[in-house]
Design a protein around this ligand. Structure first.
Ligand code: UD1
Length: 420
């Protein structure tokens, strides 16, 4: 299995282009099932999670073709589709469960495996299923699969107990072809939800309020093919911002939306980084003081600090001046990186949902393992500041959500070798 060998890096310098958002493109690809027309999707990042979604769509009878140079994908879901998602693909990537809403809306029935837990928590799908049920679907769970059936979904008022991103997206996709109006309350307001709504509206859906906690969807008879460009990946951008900070560098990110990065930018400023919007994009620069200071971080649904940036930010705090408290409120078990960072000399204690990070003078290279996608990115960042060499195994997790992270960081001056 592939590994990274990473040596201590001098301050990163230069400009880097951020790719399209992984978490926005996965639901948009799933939503393409809702129309028989061709959907041309631009700014699609070439990632293994995107390839898994492509395989899943193909297994359902959907045609997917890439124009890799242009970073565009054409999805054609014309003709007869299968109503069953395979266990192999859903267990590989939880976001595969997002085909459930569109298949139910289009075919009136769907069978999909329950995704089960993963490295960061138990991650149930009860909110998705309650919503389908409120819209008139019969739900049966048996042998690890869930079946949903509804000759025609009916608009309903659905209050989500937690503003789940996946549930909001799945229910929004189910509702676009339902009879009458659906109102989703306490729903997620993440930029990826807004991007999905924009895609669906461009295909003829009638969705209002995406980006607020109440979304109203008036069902339409059918959707048509469309063209859509995916928003830039705010988590990839945030990861590069921390890379600049941890190496005390000076880099400019292009293809970014400053608004989506506000919670991360605010924290970087708090630990004494200069973050400036320039004509080219966003410039992150170590301040003259050179010293990063401690800060408390609490993850929350958007526009709070993103849970998907918690591990990377913790790497930065391991060598900050003073003690920081990092509290994870979105997932119950998202501290798998702590044990690995401690192997590199970090001083971290976990107490319930918080990690107390006492800044140390420096980290040291060690053999460590990427336990999930963002935990893996956190180790890459830590390794760039550690003395000596760090070996990171199981980097397939990192490739799920970062397009050539090693090559992009090397362009800025990092020393990362991929060993197959
Ligand atoms: C999405 C993102 C993921 C990010 C997360 C939170 C994608 C493909 N993935 O995941 O990168 O970390 O949002 O920003 O977009 N929950 C329930 N019942 C449900 C659904 C969720 O209890 O039916 C809980 C989860 O266990 C978790 C919390 O709600 O504790 C948030 O999950 P959710 O927002 O649904 O995350 P995902 O959509 O899975």
């Amino acid at each position: 299995m592939a590994k990274f060998l990473i040596k201590h890096s001098s301050p990163l310098k230069g400009e880097i282009k951020i790719g399209g958002s992984k978490n926005a493109v996965l639901p948009v690809l799933a939503a393409s099932i809702l129309t028989e027309g061709d959907c041309v999707i631009q700014d699609v990042p070439y990632l293994s999670d995107v390839l898994t979604m492509e395989k899943l769509l193909e297994s359902l009878g959907v045609r997917v073709s890439w124009d890799k140079d242009a970073g565009a994908v054409t999805v054609s879901a014309a003709g007869k589709l299968r109503a069953e998602a395979s266990y192999e693909l859903v267990s590989k990537m939880r976001a595969s469960f997002l085909v459930m809403g569109p298949l139910l809306a289009r075919l009136g029935e769907v069978k999909a495996p329950l995704p089960g837990g993963c490295a960061i928590g138990s991650r149930p799908v009860d909110l998705h299923l309650k919503g389908f049920s409120a819209m008139g679907a019969d739900i049966i769970q048996e042998h690890g699969f869930v079946r949903a059936k509804a000759r025609k979904l009916k608009g309903a008022r659905v209050y989500l107990d937690f503003p789940s991103v996946g549930a909001t997206e799945n229910l929004m996709m189910a509702a676009v072809l339902a009879e009458d109006q659906t109102i989703l309350e306490n729903c997620a307001v993440e930029p990826e939800v807004v991007d999905l709504a924009n895609f669906l509206n461009s295909a003829g859906a009638d969705i209002r309020g995406a980006g607020t906690d109440t979304i109203k969807i008036n069902g339409v008879r059918e959707l048509r093919g469309t063209e859509h460009a995916i928003i830039p990946d705010r988590i990839e951008a945030g990861t590069f911002m921390v890379a600049a900070a941890i190496t005390r560098g000076d880099i400019t990110l292009t293809n970014v939306l400053g608004d989506h990065l506000k919670p991360v930018t605010a924290k970087l400023k708090e630990v004494h980084l200069n973050v400036m919007e320039t004509e080219r994009g966003i410039r992150v620069q170590c301040s003259d003081r050179k010293k990063i200071v401690a800060a408390d971080v609490k993850t929350l649904p958007y526009p709070g600090f993103p849970t998907d940036m918690q591990a990377q930010f913790m790497s930065l705090l391991t060598t900050a001046e003073g003690a920081s408290i990092v509290t994870e409120t979105v997932f119950e078990n998202r501290f798998m990186h702590v044990g690995e960072l401690k192997r590199m000399g970090a001083d971290i204690k976990i107490e319930s949902r918080s990690a107390i990070v006492e800044g140390v003078k420096s980290l040291t290279g060690a053999q460590v393992k990427a336990t999930d996608l963002r935990a893996g990115a956190a180790l890459v960042l830590a390794a760039m500041t550690a003395s000596g060499e760090t070996e990171i195994s199981d980097i397939y997790h990192i490739d799920r959500g970062y397009c050539q992270l090693d090559e992009k960081l090397n362009q800025l001056g990092a020393k990362i070798q991929r060993v197959e």
